[in-house]
Ligand binder design. Structure first.
Ligand SMILES: Cc1ncc(COP(=O)(O)O)c(C=O)c1O
Length: 331
C-alpha cells in the first residue's frame, strides 16, 4: 500500500501549501493506489481520451470511494476511544455499507440510520443490494421516513463512546481522503496533462477533496440538488482540518444536467451510459452516482479532450433495482 504523506493543497489566491497528511490518524481499509485504466474502446466511442480511476475496486466491503474517507474518520474515532459508529444515508447508501464493513474489520459496533429518500420500494429495494450487505456486516439498521426522524433516532442512539459521522462521510477529516486521492492521481498521471476530472457529487466531499488537492479543472456532476453549496462547505471543513485558508473553487464546475427526476432515480441516459461502459470496457457503473456522472460525461464531452473519470463505486446498490436492471441490461 502506498501512503501519500506530503500533499500540496490549493488555498485562496491560487496559492498552494504543502501539508503533511501523515500527522493525521489513519487506518488501512483500501488498496492504494487504485488502478488508472486507459479505456481505448470507450475513448474511441466518445471521440476523446477517457481514463477511468478505479476507486470502485479493492478494499473491505466490496470497495468504493467512501473507504478513502473512512480511513481518516474511523481512525480518529478509534483514537478517541469510540466503540460505536452512528451514521446516516438513504436506504441504499454506499457510505453506510462501507461504514458497516469497516466497523466489522475494526471491531466497532455500527448503527445505520437510513431515510426513505428515494421513491422506490419493494423487496429488492428494501432488502437487497446494500441493505443485505449492511446486515451481513452485522450493522443495526434503523429505518426512518424523514430527516427529522433520522436526527432524533441518531440522537437517541448516541452514547459517551459513540461517534456520529455525517451523511456521505464528508466531515473535514473524511474529505482528506480525497485530498490524498488527488495526489495519488497526480503521481499516476506523471507528466500527462488532462483537461478535466469528472466525478459524481453527492455530499460534496469527493469533489471538495479533489479540488483541494489538484489544479486540474473538475466537473462535479450533481446527483442531488445543492451541490455547489455542499462542495464549498466540505472544502471549508477540510481546509480547517489542514489549518489552511479556505480554498478558491474556481476550477470546479457543477453540472446538473444528469439529475433527472432526482436522487436515486435513473434516467434513460444513465442506463445508456451503463451499457456503454460495460460493452466497451467491461466496467460496471452504478445507477445512482457514477451512472449519472457518466451520462453527463457522454453528453458534454468535447472532441479530442482528455478526461479522468472517477469511478467511485456503488455497484452493489444496482441489485436493489433488480426488476429494471434485468430489463435494461438486456437492451
Ligand atoms: C458510489 C458513490 N459515488 C460518489 C459519491 C459521491 O461522493 P460525495 O458524497 O463525496 O459527493 C457517493 C456518495 O455516497 C457514492 O456512494
Amino acid at each position: 500500500m502506498v501512503r501519500i504523506a506530503r500533499v500540496a493543497v490549493r488555498t485562496t489566491q491560487r496559492q498552494t501549501r504543502r501539508v503533511d497528511l501523515s500527522t493525521f490518524h489513519r487506518v488501512p481499509l483500501g488498496t492504494w493506489p487504485t488502478p488508472l485504466d486507459t479505456c481505448p474502446r470507450l475513448s474511441a466511442a466518445l471521440g476523446a481520451t477517457v481514463l477511468v480511476k478505479r476507486d470502485d475496486v479493492g478494499g473491505v466491503g466490496l470497495g468504493g470511494s467512501k473507504l478513502r474517507k473512512l480511513e481518516f474518520t474511523l481512525a480518529a474515532a478509534l483514537a478517541a476511544g469510540a466503540d460505536t459508529i452512528i451514521t446516516f444515508g438513504g436506504v441504499q447508501t454506499n457510505h453506510g455499507r462501507l461504514t458497516a464493513a469497516a466497523c466489522a474489520r475494526l471491531g466497532l459496533r455500527c448503527e445505520l440510520v437510513l431515510t426513505r429518500s428515494v421513491p422506490r420500494s419493494g423487496f429488492a429495494y428494501d432488502r437487497s443490494g446494500n441493505v443485505a450487505l449492511d446486515r451481513l456486516f452485522g450493522a443495526r439498521l434503523h429505518l426512518c421516513d424523514t430527516d427529522e426522524e433520522a436526527d432524533y433516532t441518531a440522537g437517541a442512539l448516541a452514547t459517551a463512546t459513540s461517534v456520529t459521522l455525517p451523511v456521505g462521510g464528508s466531515s473535514g477529516l473524511g474529505v482528506l481522503g480525497y485530498v490524498a486521492a488527488a495526489q495519488e492521481l497526480t503521481e499516476q498521471l506523471d507528466d500527462r496533462v488532462v483537461d478535466r476530472i469528472v466525478c459524481a457529487a453527492g455530499s460534496g466531499g469527493t469533489a471538495a477533496g479533489l479540488a483541494l488537492g489538484t489544479e486540474t479543472p473538475i466537473t462535479a456532476v450533481s446527483v442531488s440538488p445543492g451541490s455547489a453549496r455542499k462542495i464549498d462547505r466540505a472544502a471549508r471543513l477540510a481546509a480547517k482540518e489542514l489549518d489552511v485558508d479556505p480554498p478558491k473553487l474556481d476550477h470546479v464546475s457543477v453540472d446538473e444536467s444528469a439529475l433527472g427526476e432526482g436522487y436515486g432515480v435513473p434516467t434513460d441516459e444513465v442506463w445508456s451510459a451503463l451499457r456503454l461502459f460495460a460493452r466497451t470496457e467491461g466496467i460496471v457503473l452504478d445507477l445512482v452516482y457514477t451512472g449519472k456522472a457518466a451520462a453527463a460525461l457522454v453528453s458534454g464531452i468535447r472532441p479530442g479532450e482528455t478526461v479522468v473519470f472517477m469511478h467511485t463505486g456503488g455497484v452493489p446498490a444496482n441489485f436493489a433495482y433488480a426488476p429494471e436492471l434485468v430489463a435494461e441490461a438486456a437492451r
